[in-house]
Ligand binder design. Sequence first.
Ligand code: GLS
Length: 842
Amino acid sequence: AGWLADETPRLDSSVKGSAFEPTSPRATEPVVGPERTVDGFAKAFLDELNFEAGVALKRSTTTDQYLALARTIRGYLMADWLRTAERRRQNPTKMVGYLSAEYLLGRQMGNSLLATDLGDIAEQAMTSLGLDFNLLRAQEIEPGLGNGGLGRLAACFIDSLASMDVPSIGYGIRYEYGIFRQTFEEGRQVEVPDAWLSLGAPWEFPHPDRAVQVNFGGTTEQYIDGDGRTRPRWLPAWNVQGIPYHYMVPGYQNGVVNTLRLWSARATQEFDLEIFNSGDYAEAVRAQTFAENISKVLYPEDSTPQGRELRLQQQYFFVACSLKDFIDRTLEEDFDLTRLDERIIFQLNDTHPVIAIPEMMRLLMDEHDMEWAAAWEVTSKCFAYTCHTLLPEALEVWPVELMTRLLPRHMEIIYRINEEFLDTVREAFPGDELRVRRMSVIQEHPERAVRMANLATVAGVKVNGVAALHSELLRDKLLPDFAALWPNKFTNVTNGVTPRRFIRLANQQLSTLITDTIGPGWETDLERLRELEPYADDAAFTESFRQVKQANKDRLRSILSQRDGIELPEHAMLDVMVKRLHEYKRQTLKLLHIVSMYDDITSGRVRREDVVPRTFVFGAKAAPGYFMAKEIIFLINSVAKTIAQDPRVTDLMAVAFPANYNVTLANKLIPAADLSEQISLAGKEASGTGNMKFALNGALTIGTDDGANVEIRELVGDENFFLFGMLEPEVAALADRGYTPSSFYESNPALKRAIDLLASGHFTGGDRSLAAPVVDDLLYKDRFMALADFQSYLDAQARVDAAYRDVDGWTRSAVLNVARSGFFSSDRSMRDYLDRIWMPKS
Ligand code: GLS
């Protein structure tokens, strides 16, 4: 076979040692993967390249090589995947079904290498074949099937579930186009479609043979069944197919591989041959195009609902596929569905999958012949709901008109659920019709619509927020009527992040230092980072810790230089704000600080030698239709450019805004940061998860008392956290009194100077009108009270400067941030979900 492999002869290619031993159908599943040696890996790689792709090494492109490498690695996971599935089938227990419209997975290759502990072998094998391992790794386009924190959280959770060997499955949508790729033209965001599948998709396994049909539209009717009972049924108008695509979710070096099952929409009928033959090609494939639109593209909205019909189609599509898949394919055939809750708990990741509740009722009643009471009894034990926001405008409501048109049977079921629920409310609170109206699943104004959060709360076993403060506000401010009725329904599970991707993979040098110091095993037992505490005062350790941070900064500088042509100064505090662009997150407050610092230097108000040099890095995508967010991006880029061209400040400050912030970039940026910006208006950020990643990588936080910042500060200690800004009750009180931003502008000279300079056109080529949308909004609206928190923010930044000058003190704080943030492992979040929601002991 030497001709295929060119100069590298293929090794013995007998089936022995490959993942698929030829077996009779009844024999046990294969348990042998490719050999875990450099030669074994190289051989498996050449097999992929030659025999699967049909390409000779000598003729192969980088893409061919990347694809073969990916397929080789997944080959090592295959036996574990099959074995995990078989083990679960042999011993069926209660499973977790995570229903999420988003999974922001990030690149798969590094994670798979880590899970299999094959990194060194793979690298040596590629080198032995004369290939550049890192170049191949860099080919991977990350699957951006999510918008931001919510989608990334889902990805962290399934990683933890696999690493903890929890029987679970993730269900979602295989968007053909994920979150858009962001580019800048003249400083303005331009969106480019994310064609992540264009070079092949080596991590997915399509199963068109296991398609599921999903119905839409039409009407309902009553009919008499075989037993003479009058029953309702749905007469749908059209349907599509859901094709499952399976993704491996490997646990961390534990032999477990769970499954993520994402659905892709396909037309039931490919095309109309008759129309095609008549020559109208566009019309012939119309139905196909229409159907496939359902999973075509991710809605690029974060924390805001996108009330479009296609979005509801997406939601129902993936939920219908998933429930059917679980009931028909995962459960044993004769399973008694009245006991369904013994085998599954579906976690609803925000309101996006909440249509699963009436769908479950429909399945049980219309397809499995259950009566209403029995169906409700079990349905109301099979779902739990996580709320991820507090912005009231972000809670999804679906117009009754649309629901009735798209899902008429579900609308009937929702009405009945609501009727019975409102009876319960009236019984508990007689005569309180105002309360009944507030709690109803159906809102009447401004239009009749279904409140998905209310539906989820009525049906869910539990409702949780995502950080302590958020869960409290959710219970007491967003859903107080429900809390009065069902106080025990409400609980908290503080978010977490996976230490595998966000420490071990992202920060290898820190990981090595940690392992050298406290021994291995902390990656799956993150509270063990506490053992680092004594080393916060250890000269040798802190010196190594500083070197790691510097190495990460150097790496970032070279990445940004190559990736974006951004040249950053060598020695400066790295001050990072990365997250979706949203007014409540207050990138404008950060910008005002930057402008203020610039003004202080250029006007000579501060002595140059008193300035602590800083590099500010932003990363943020704006929803394409979010006008103000896009104007803010433009203004940040304008300020960055002006500063870069002003020799009075270039040695003291730089602003970088690399385009297309994503998981891949996050993994490079976060380990390099000194300062983490978490500056949302108190009460608005449900949790945040970036804040956790920074703390775990040794950045200090400057932050408000919001979301999980509260818990971070409690854990790392006041002296290792820069707190500023109003507390949530103060925000509420100011809003009640009536907030006038201009009064802060008038009374604060530093603020006035910064705003005036922004407004003057100094950063926008002399054109005042270009800065006006943002400036005017701040002065006359400022919904998120940036001006009210400005002075407090400046004061905190002065404390940051002072702390940073004390190199030892800063390092000590950074080490303590790492040592005390073990709580924020998503393993702990999963444990909390298990104990409080999925499998409570009582
Ligand atoms: C979000 C919240 O805005 C974040 O604070 C939170 O960390 C995340 C995960 O719980 O969920 N909600 C949302 O719609 N997008 C988010 O990132």
